[in-house]
Design a protein around this ligand. Sequence first.
Ligand SMILES: Cc1cc2nc3c(=O)[nH]c(=O)nc-3n(C[C@H](O)[C@H](O)[C@H](O)COP(=O)(O)OP(=O)(O)OC[C@H]3O[C@@H](n4cnc5c(N)ncnc54)[C@H](O)[C@@H]3O)c2cc1C
Length: 284
Amino acid sequence: MIPAAFEYHRPSDVAGALSLLSTHGDDARVLAGGHSLIPMMKLRMASVEHLVDLQDVAELKGISVADGHVTLGAMVTQHSLIESAELAEAAPIVREAALQIADPQVRYMGTVGGNVANGDPGNDMPGLMQCLDARFTLQGPNGSREVAARAYYEAAYFTARADDEILTQISFAVPVGGYAYEKQKRKVGDYATAACGVVLAKEGALCTSASVAMTNLADVPVWSEAAGAALVGTDCGPEAVKTAVAAAVADIDPAEDNRGPVAFKRHVAGIIIGRAISRAWSRA
Ligand SMILES: Cc1cc2nc3c(=O)[nH]c(=O)nc-3n(C[C@H](O)[C@H](O)[C@H](O)COP(=O)(O)OP(=O)(O)OC[C@H]3O[C@@H](n4cnc5c(N)ncnc54)[C@H](O)[C@@H]3O)c2cc1C
């Protein structure tokens, strides 16, 4: 299929992109890596009259680690997340998760901003950013504001971002302790049947903090406060992991689709969550 006709715009800064969004209103959409939007346009599931390509906007492209914080520009590609030595040192869970997205061709083009902005429940970065308690910066005609990743997703493809806003950057505190991003998929290049990110800290023999978030197990990413609470104060042994897994599975709401029925997804989720907790603990 080829997409319906559209007008192509290529601004060189955020101000230019915002001005195009204001001028064309609902008829305009930004284009990042194009690996979600272009297929939707080709399938005629998205109709866009004005495509505002962000690839020349240099201010959206950096990765920085400073003062205990990581900041990712929205147009940083998934490939760049994998290649950055600074990021691998500060937050290796990002590299571990990015390596499990699709395949190298998709990762060369797909951006972290497009991945989190889109609101696709299958995307891996939203769950990861909830696990890391990241904040998203949204810039619009009236200035910029920050939204917590844990408050950004409202329903599949519905988010806190207004149509005239651009997600410009993602930031989070450098995570402390052990980490793991586990993903079960049908084959290489597929979206998750179930995936889970865990970051936890250990002092002596006990867990002092834990964050557990899941991908593609509801129509939004799921951060399970109860699962994290079930781990804190324990030695993350089999009983504690079992309790945390039960708490996390109680928070998901998977739907039947071509990846399997609900009971199967709950079963797979339990295994993946348990593995993620155990691996994070072994690295803490
Ligand atoms: C075969 C295949 C397999 C895939 N498998 C996976 C997978 O396993 N895991 C995974 O996470 N992803 C997967 N993806 C999706 C891929 O990672 C996409 O590239 C990504 O989700 C979207 O990023 P993008 O830069 O391509 O965004 P685009 O496709 O350009 O944009 C997506 C949407 O987000 C909006 N948008 C983009 N950037 C911004 C911004 N800065 N501010 C506001 N709105 C914005 C666009 O307007 C559009 O509505 C797969 C894609 C393909 C084609």
